[in-house]
Design a protein around this ligand. Structure first.
Ligand SMILES: [Zn+2]
Length: 150
């Protein structure tokens, strides 16, 4: 951060403190060249990831909503809440690490199916029934055959 007064590139930090909401840090600096003082604010940049729905509308990724949909698929199946939390967190991590700021809901659906398959076959099929909107029993059969290779 260049000095406001002389443009020198180096300064020393005299004091750092959180602002009231703790979302940013306020630093009091002194220019190493001219000795004048100025204040900088450092904030964390939060970039929301948008989910592209099948109708092309967008909405922010919502961990709670994803978890709820997985919980419904796992209802009365031998999958613990801890496993569901873990699965949801893994997907969230993948979504935010993907470097894309927009991601298709179908891509997330596939991630869920793949991971859910490892936990419980039937929960995986249930999730697919809600998320893939099969047109017929044949579609469902094709899917069931295909998940064997997931
Ligand atoms: Zn200066």
């Amino acid at each position: 951060m260049k000095c406001l007064f002389c443009g020198y590139e180096d300064s020393k930090v005299l004091d750092s403190r959180d602002t009231n909401n703790s979302q940013s840090i306020r630093r009091r600096r002194e220019c190493l060249n001219c000795g004048k003082r100025f204040t900088t604010y450092e904030t964390i940049e939060t970039v929301p990831v948008l989910i592209i729905k099948s109708d092309h509308s967008r909405q922010p990724f919502d961990n709670a909503k994803l978890k709820k949909s997985i919980m419904i698929a796992c209802d009365k199946r031998p999958v613990s809440l801890e496993m569901i939390n873990e699965l949801t967190d893994e997907i969230e991590k993948e979504v935010f690490n993907a470097k894309e700021q927009e991601i298709y809901s179908s891509t997330i659906g596939q991630m869920v199916l793949k991971k859910l398959k490892r936990l419980d076959d039937l929960a995986c099929i249930r999730y697919a029934i809600v998320f893939k909107k099969f047109e017929s029993i044949e579609d469902l059969e094709t899917f069931i055959t295909s998940i064997k290779s997931l």
